[in-house]
Design a protein around this ligand. Sequence first.
Ligand code: ZN
Length: 165
Amino acid sequence: MTIFVTNAGLQILARVTWRRAAVLLTTEVARNVEGTPLVRVVHSPTVSLPIHKVVAIKHNAYRPFSGKTMDSYASNATILRRDQWICAYCDGPADTVDHIVPVSQGGPSTFGNQVAACKSCNGFKANRTPRQAGMALRHAPFVYDPWAADQKEVWEMFMLHPKTA
Ligand SMILES: [Zn+2]
């Protein structure tokens, strides 16, 4: 059973196993977020440890990918994952990343200037813009947040199960 780890502001930081969550709770690094579903209760001879679906760590931590814009740096791995390894020019399988405005023309390695591309399209386009190469992008680049779905789930749990005390 996956447990979500958030910071104090409920920004998601990681997904962990309940065993890992138990360690975070017993060492008092994290606390249960009251109101989120109770996943299990771990019993030892002396204590019972409830583990909720969301645990929040007590010290400040920033969520990865939060606050990214089209101008933020993005790695090749992130761009390929965002575009699901599909070429933005031909819809074929992609394992390279293309700078829409090429590096040689000052194009940055950002979310807004990179797309997944197959070797063939990337090689043909070379050091040209799509317009210069007569190529069309099949979709616009966008900012990708791999934690967006988990973050939405955490918020929905929190909103749908308000603290009852
Ligand atoms: Zn292609």
